[in-house]
Design a protein around this ligand. Sequence first.
Ligand code: ADP
Length: 395
Amino acid sequence: MSSSTPPIVEFRGASKHFTVKSGTVKAVDDVSLAINPGEIFGVIGYSGAGKSTLVRMINALEPATSGTVVVDGHDLSQLGESALRGLRQEIGMIFQQFNLLQSRTVARNVEYPLEVAGVPRAQRRRRVDELLEFVGLTDKKKAFPSQLSGGQKQRVGIARALATNPKILLADESTSALDPETTRDVLDLLARVNRDLGVTIVVITHEMEVVKQICDRVAVMEFGKVVEEGTAYQVFSHPEHPATRRFVATAIKDKPDADTLARLRSRHSEHLITVTVHEDGGHGRRITDALHDHNVRGGIVYGGISEIKQRPFGSLTWGLEGAAADIQGVIDELRRYTTVVDLGTAAHPVDGFGYGADAAFQPAQQAQPVQPAQQAQQAGASTSTQTQILGGDQK
Ligand code: ADP
């Protein structure tokens, strides 16, 4: 896509405020954001951050209180009801709870938006067959929603959302009710919708799996604002905002938690450091070179590498042996290109992750300020992971 291609969705200083008894809720607060045609864009953040409201502003289910939302070249605030109805046919939507019509068969659920759009019957039937084949449900054509699994229901939801050939598909927590394997299948299908049909997809999610598997770019929301934005890889390999750091820490289990760290300390007397692994090809080599140059011995004691859109990312915890000044030399050198959390030794522990009393030793440095516990708890995050910090030099 050329850089001159205009965004398919653009928020310009857009806000959505709700007036409630206790005052004003700034559900979306002065957001500027551009979504490019053909990409899979993730809107992430904990419950209550404003994700659903932001995405519902794209099809004007929530009109902006102030600012502008432009979709496919149209300023939504300038469109009358009939023009809005036309534009909404270009925007499909799928939901966490599928929202299927229980009294209609699979085929008739998919047919529904075509009926509403006034498409002739023969054409509708052809389109339904085509869509069911695309989502792999031809054999369930006559089944009712109650006879389907969760994954199959979401496939029907996707087929229905695609019926009118939309340019944009909005997916609101579309895999949150599904088990991990079914989630992967549905995400594969969404990737195919994007790749084969060229549909721009905006996914709202609090699940890292979704981001890792399909998102090209992401925006992280907190308290109605977009606090971080970029390619999925960039945002998760170099999380800058505390909300993003928390999200990454809870989702990628590559760093030892407080209990694991205590176990590692009981088994390893060496100096422990956790090093973030990036896709730069030279990571392993750089570490071994740094160890060699500073006359330090080292081995991996814990870690994990996962993928964000097929690009490796994670962290490795090393046990280092050598003179304290030499080990510091290794840490300083590695920090020139990646994040290093210094955990000290079992005899002289450093609370690099900010686990505090959980890890049964005194913190050696101040933990970063944490967000209200309530928000993270709503999303199921534990308070100990909230304080997890990545020390060292951020790029
Ligand atoms: P998320 O999708 O990230 O969970 P939402 O967009 O649903 O967040 O909600 C953002 C904030 O706006 C929340 O505080 C929510 O309670 C509030 N909110 C959403 N819709 C309404 C509404 N119709 N009336 C009043 N408050 C609302």
